[in-house]
Ligand binder design. Structure first.
Ligand SMILES: Cc1cc2nc3c(=O)[nH]c(=O)nc-3n(C[C@H](O)[C@H](O)[C@H](O)COP(=O)(O)O)c2cc1C
Length: 321
């Protein structure tokens, strides 16, 4: 099949400029394996404990994969980075906070550093410290992201300061049109989370995948309510985008009340069945509109590349000299 070659594919030695985003409890070894074997870069999001890192790297088998960490969680369990580096990943991805203190250890292990940033300030800090690849993540993204910057404005602004460092676009991208648009903004590739949650290899339950397939971008909200009920340690600067559900409706505009009884409400919420989606919340980004099926990750990567090539050819066809 035709390919799209960029600074990112050359740097990582991959065929297609597509990352599957690290997503704890979703992007395990099976998904990373499938994406890497399809020619993209599979990134495991194992969480910061040694047992899950070893389990998911083993599940990735012989595939060359990267490992992603949430920076503020790594700070509480720094040995997790050593466990990850011992497995010889293609790269380590750090996100959510200033990650630069970790760079020397990653570089000393001969490993590439990918930094997911949500603002220009975080991008500048990562570039100054020598990141190999930046992911510019806009607030359209599913899961946690910055509250301020949208993808279409942030990506070219990061590209403009990144020099020869490849920039990957994240947030709101779920098909080949999104990949073509990211390339037009100067990015060298895309990182997709929401789209990959609804693949055969994703670790999510069928119920959660169905919620993504049936979801609409208009029904996504960026909120603190998710973390108040799940993990209040998340920094408030990174709210989570999720599909609106009855739990959100119950607390919308009553966040002060929720905070005041947070411990009781959290205990009550955590006692509900994990797959009861009338209560539990599903993280998803604005691109949920574009998701209509649950394909294999290989099928998805190939489809997105083919669609992007078609979109770029169509675009070029409208040029009149
Ligand atoms: C369900 C879900 C879980 C996520 N978990 C993580 C995570 O554990 N670590 C991380 O760095 N990013 C996480 N993200 C954010 C992704 O890295 C990525 O930036 C985002 O998915 C891109 O936007 P998109 O969802 O529109 O593709 C998650 C995203 C989703 C949708």
């Amino acid at each position: 099949m035709a390919r799209i070659e960029t600074a990112l594919t050359r740097l990582l030695g991959i065929d297609h400029p597509i990352f599957t985003a690290p997503m704890s409890g979703i992007a395990g070894g099976a998904l990373a394996n499938a994406v890497s074997h399809a020619g993209g870069m599979g990134i495991i999001g194992p969480g910061a404990d040694a047992a899950s890192i070893r389990r998911e790297v083993a599940a990735a088998g012989n595939a060359r994969v990267a490992i992603g960490f949430i920076t503020w969680r790594l700070e509480r369990n720094p040995l997790a980075l050593d466990v990850a580096l011992e497995t010889g990943p293609a790269a380590v991805l750090l996100s959510f906070g200033d990650s630069t203190a970790w760079f020397p250890r990653i570089r000393a292990a001969g490993c590439k550093i990918i930094c997911q940033v949500q603002t220009l300030a975080l991008a500048r800090a990562a570039l100054d410290a020598g990141a190999d690849i930046l992911i510019a993540q806009g607030r359209d993204a599913g899961g946690h992201s910055g509250a301020m910057r949208g993808t279409i404005g942030l990506v070219p602004a990061v590209v403009d300061i990144a020099g020869s460092v490849p920039v990957v676009a994240a947030g709101g991208i779920a098909d080949g049109r999104g990949l073509a648009a990211a390339l037009a903004l100067g990015a060298s590739g895309v990182s997709m989370g929401t789209r990959f949650t609804a693949t055969r290899e994703s670790l999510w339950s069928d119920g959660r995948k169905a919620a993504v397939v049936g979801g609409e971008g208009d029904q996504t909200v960026q909120t603190r309510i998710y973390d108040t009920l799940n993990d209040p340690d998340w920094p408030r600067t990174f709210p989570a985008r999720m599909l609106r559900n009855p739990t959100f409706d119950r607390w919308e505009h009553k966040e002060a009340e929720l905070e005041a009884s947070a411990e009781t409400e959290r205990a009550r919420f955590q006692a509900t069945p994990p797959d009861d989606l009338s209560q539990r919340m599903v993280l998803a980004g604005e691109a949920v509109d574009l998701i209509h099926d649950v394909p294999s990750a290989r099928n998805l990567v190939e489809r997105i590349v083919a669609e992007a090539i078609e979109a770029m050819r169509r675009g070029a066809g409208s040029i009149r000299d």
